[in-house]
Write a protein that binds this ligand. Structure first.
Ligand code: ADP
Ligand code: MG
Length: 240
């Protein structure tokens, strides 16, 4: 059974159909890639799935057996669905540790304080942030460390599924290589991953299935090598 099933989901902003009849399923344990030119509706799709900041106009979203379309974002998060954002997002006036602790508590509010602290420390170490820097303010970190912090905050929620929105954007080549390794290790923890990326080569090396959006609609979907050889995909990318 699919862990996530998106069926005929739509979202319009005025006359702009940002997401238009999008359907796909993600199997447990896989890395599922979503590509598409800028403005094709990728981030909006994540917003619709997570319920933050808005729900779909139409369509159905089933996560781990629960209908989640229209549920508040915190309820969806507590079912085990976490995300990162395209822009690095953190509480800049709080320390790294405090940021991750908020994630740990948000995802699992019933957890004891000591268990939440353990989960936060483990998640920070997992993404490669050193314990002696846990007290640094999030706002002082480099772009790469801020992305790692955002990932750690999501991992500390102990989600079943993690949605990553352009984790490689504005990173250097070596940082991208590190990110690829980190995403693989995150998947190896048993977290199913849906990965948005504008750069197709990044997705090719990571994902088992690939979906390409264009102007809010599904242009192609399936096995990555087949999808990127599709003429419509090549045309959509060359056209941008
Ligand atoms: P992508 O992530 O693929 O680059 P987005 O999902 O961010 O694309 O945006 C898809 C389209 O929807 C774009 O044309 C964008 O300008 C528009 N859009 C996204 N969010 C909003 C919003 N909150 N209000 C109005 N238009 C939006
Ligand atoms: Mg986007």
């Amino acid at each position: 059974m699919a862990l996530l099933a998106v069926e005929g989901v739509c979202k319009a902003f005025g006359s702009l159909k940002a997401v238009d009849e999008v359907s796909f399923t993600v199997a447990p344990g896989e890395i599922f890639g979503i590509a598409g030119p800028n403005g094709s509706g990728k981030s909006t799709l994540f917003n619709l799935i997570t319920g933050i900041p808005f729900a779909p106009d139409r369509g159905r979203i089933v996560f781990d057996g629960d209908d989640i379309q229209g549920k508040p974002g915190h309820a969806i998060a507590r079912l085990g669905l976490a995300r990162t954002f395209q822009r690095e997002t953190s509480f800049d006036g709080l320390t790294m540790f405090e940021n991750v602790l908020i994630g740990a508590s948000y995802g699992k509010p019933d957890r004891a304080a000591a268990a939440a602290r353990d989960a936060a420390a483990e998640a920070l170490e997992f993404v490669g942030l050193e314990s002696r820097s846990f007290g640094r303010l999030a706002g002082e970190l480099s772009v790469f460390d801020r992305k790692c912090l955002m990932l750690a905050t999501a991992i500390a929620m102990e989600p079943k599924m993690l949605l990553l929105d352009e984790p490689a954007s504005s990173l250097t080549r070596p940082e991208i290589e590190t990110s690829i390794g980190l995403i693989r290790r995150t998947a190896a923890r048993g977290i199913t991953i849906v990965l948005i990326e504008h750069v197709l080569t990044f997705l090719m090396s990571l994902s088992q299935h690939l979906l390409v959006l264009n102007q809010g609609r599904v242009l192609a979907a399936g096995e990555p090598a087949t999808v990127i050889a599709d003429e419509r995909v090549i045309e959509a990318y060359l056209g941008t």
